[in-house]
Design a binder for this molecule. Sequence first.
Ligand code: MRU
Length: 354
Amino acid sequence: MIPPRLVFKNDVLKILDQRLLPDKIKFISVKDAAGTAKATKDMALRGAPLIGCAAAFGFALELRRLRPASSAELERLARRTASLLKAARPTAVALFYAADRMLHKALVFAAANPGKFSAATIKKLLDLIDGEARLVTEEDEAACLAMGKFGASLLPKNCVIMTHCNAGALATMGIGTAVGVITAAHDQGKIKHAYSCETRPYLQGARLTIWELMREGVPSELLTDNMAAHIIKTCGVNAIVVGADRIASNGDTANKIGTYGLAVIARYHKVPFYVAAPTPTIDMKARDGGAIVIEERSTEEVTFVKGCRIAPIGVKVRHPAFDVTPASLITALITEKGIISPVTRENIKKNLAK
Ligand code: MRU
């Protein structure tokens, strides 16, 4: 079993520090939204659905800490807190979804309870907000299970599958998105072998995904990213499944840097390329992939590996953390509501309406 990623109890959110995995299991305790946002920015916690769940808890923590005494105070605090949380990382839309959902809940409460709050009203507010945060998490867990089931149905027997980055339990509050598909298929006896790309520069595939696959007993091997084309050509890979940070309304998908390259290789070799992501990952406001903000992270994450410098001092570095795979390269999107194929705006709308 993978350790709990987030534990929300007694005005504290305990966050599993994923930067230390797999060697150390250590938790960071935060008591406010700023602490939650910092842990997200620093990537102590990461993965699109998980940062959304953490934002929901971070919002609840902030209200617990400051106990707004009136509707006006609540409105100000809720808007400030949502903005602070949303500033942590720009690409994963689940973060925006969760922060906005919490904000909406708080604003509706403020409108229904105008003026000064009694102690009983404050308690009612805090219970309501805690409940909403827990619901965000429960929905993520349930979505992962559903995606596992739908995704496994797409895979053949004796499947040799590849994944990229970490879209597993560690990226969610459930069994994961892409890795959830692999483990669900493994439970059905369908997986012959799984490959995990190490995922430069932050090594989520090497530190997290392969660790999860090993713990689940999935026959698996780790690759460096630049081995992927060779392995796809020579090792009978018959499916690739990845997660997503943001899917535009036409199906263009932002995911960890390197995903686009894998999709191009998959198309060349006629290997189906699947994206598993819960519906809060779909951003209907983004017309296409060009509207998705790509996070640029620090040079040190490229020039250092686990504290060891691997490039000359003073080197110039590019570090886009995500890339966009065009919808035309994606065989199917797998959401908790079903399978979207072919990937078109119309089919995405139909899936969301289910
Ligand atoms: O930078 P990260 O580790 O947060 O990026 C994670 C990914 O790109 C995942 O593939 C994506 O969030 C899907 S997680 C279920």
